[in-house]
Each structure stands twice: as structure tokens, then as C-alpha cells.
Write a protein that binds this ligand. Sequence first.
Ligand code: UT7
Length: 330
Amino acid sequence: MITKNPFVEIVSTGRFLPEHVVTNRDMESIVETTDEWIFERTGIRERRIAPPEMTAADMGTAAARIALERAGLEPADVDVLIVSTATPDRLLPATACDIQALIGATKAVAFDVIGACTGFLYGLTVAEGYISTGRGEIALVIATEKLSAIVDWEDRATCVLFGDGAGAAVLRSSEGERGILGTHHQSDGTLADLLYRPAGGAAIPMDEEVLRNRTHLLRMSGREIFKHAVRAMADSSGKALERSGWELEDVDLVFPHQANIRIIKATARYAGLPMEKVFVNVDRYGNMSSATIPVAMDEAIEEGRLHPGMNLLLVAFGAGLTWGAMTVRW
Ligand code: UT7
């Protein structure tokens, strides 16, 4: 049994999803695809798309306000504000600083973590470190993603997969033994080119050629990513369980990154976790990168599926490559 002093717990969550629903049928009029292909290959039926003027900071702010209100806290109570996003509003400064200004988290230190789809778990881990070492009392971790702004709407192999949305969680130290237990995180930068934006950064700045070749937009080797995702998430889950002193049977509910139902099912099978214990909402939102896990947790809480004492497993995989798993006693 793992012991910590103190345990750091998630006290509340919040989510924001743009209103506009884009169904697979709608996608048929954008690229050469079919509802059948998308649903059979991914399990996605629809996704939310933010209007042009709505930014990642706006969505993250909305989710954060809900989480803070549910925790009974004011923005000025936040000591550390961490944002995970693959779609920062601007390259500089951090989107966390924009959200800090929007909500008025006046005393917080605010910074982004760039962990792609795994970013929410990395953010939770950094927040846990801040709190458990006494560097702050209240942490706000936000995952906000406007994937519609970086996907290539002419590439049917990617644009049908992604959606926009945000989730947030408030963390503080637990008086009991609830909270984050074991984590396992890993990355492999040698495989970065399997999922990336080739240009538009400081190495290849934006110019007419970049725009013409659309190399500032998301590129993905889907099949390769699929294979790595299943193996990595199953491996990380096993290591996080081991570090928590849990057996597979101890897990009550799993929150996997929601990219593709086939990846979720294959990972569950590979890891030995029955699908009845796996939370799935990829059908309604598609892949919202790091926002998928906090949005799923927030929905599960609202649906009354989380009860004190339950054992949760969070597991994600994304660009970098990055991956990780975390066990949480609710
Ligand atoms: O968040 C973490 C990062 N992302 C992921 O986890 C995604 C990982 N990868 C996947 O989910 C899957 O690989 C995809 C859903 C992206 C693709 O599924 P697949 O079974 O690996 O299909 P494929 O890429 O091998 O493509 C099969 C066929 C191709 O046609 P040919 O070459 O066999 O004639 C594609 O051109 O499907 C075609 N295709 C499409 N057809 C209709 C690709 N996209 C589409 C589309 N509609 N939207």
C-alpha cells in the first residue's frame, strides 16, 4: 500500500464544450468520407467545433470557473495554474497567463505544459508536486484544446478525428488517504514525426511556402500511432498499478484518452481491463487531445458514477511521443 504525506486530491472538476455539433454526415460535405467509415474506424459520431472567435483560453476559462465554483474557491485562492494545450492562443506568452488574467488568479504562478494528449496527466503530476512539497495549497489544472484551428480540413485522414473542448480540475492536499497514488510517465522524442506540425515554429517560421504546402497544420501517421498507443498505454497502466500496490481487479473505473474506440478496446484487452470498467465518450466529442480525460471525469461525476473510495485509472497517449498513467483513490 502506497503512503504519502500528504495525499493530493482532485476536489472538483469542470468542463466546457462549444455548442456547435458537427456530425459525420456534416463531414461528408467537407472531405471525401462517409459516416460509416468514420464510425467503424474510430467510434466517433460527432464532435464539437468552436466558433472562430472562441480561443483555447476562453474555453479553458469557462471550465476553470466551474471547477473553482464547485470547490467553493475564488480565483485569487489559486497558487499554481497549469494549462495543457496543443493549441495555445499565441506562441508567446503561455496560455496559462492569458487564463490567469481572464479569471483573475492574481497570486498564482501560471505556466503551460506541452504534453499533447498526455498533457493533463503531466499537469496533474506537476500540481501534485507543488502541493505535496508545500510550494502551494491550491492548484488549478486546465486542459483546453481548439484542434479545429490546427487540423488540415483538406486531409480526410485527420480532420474527421478531432474536436474542441476544455476540462479543468482543482487540487489540494487531502486530509485522508484520497488522491493521486501511483504515476508512470514516459516519452520518446525519436518518434516525434509520427504526429506533429512540421512548420510554423522558430525552426521553419511561417511564410508563403509554409502556407501553400500547409505544413503548419497537423500531420499524423495514423497506423503507426495506433500501434504505439496500445502498447504504451497498456504498459504504463501496468506500471502505475504496480507503483500503487494495486492488482487489475482493484481498478473500479478507467478514464482512457479518447482518440479512437478501437485503440481504447485494444488497450483494455492488452492490459486485461474489462470494457465495463472503461468510460467512453469518444462517440460524442472525437479526440480533444488533453481535454478528453478531464471532460470524461466531469461527465462521470455528473452521471453519479464516481463514489468516495473508488479506485480510478487515468491513461493517455499522444504526440511527442508522450504517454502515461495515473491511479487515483476517489
Ligand atoms: O491522440 C493520439 C493521436 N491520435 C491517434 O490516436 C489516432 C491513431 N490512429 C487511428 O486512430 C487510425 O489509424 C485512423 C482512424 C487514423 C485510421 O484508421 P486505419 O484503420 O489505420 O486506416 P488507414 O489510415 O490505414 O486508412 C485506410 C484507408 C486508406 O485507403 P486505402 O489506402 O486503403 O485505399 C485511407 O486513404 O482509409 C482511407 N481513409 C479514409 N476513407 C474515408 C483515411 N481517412 C478516411 C476517411 N474517410 N476520413
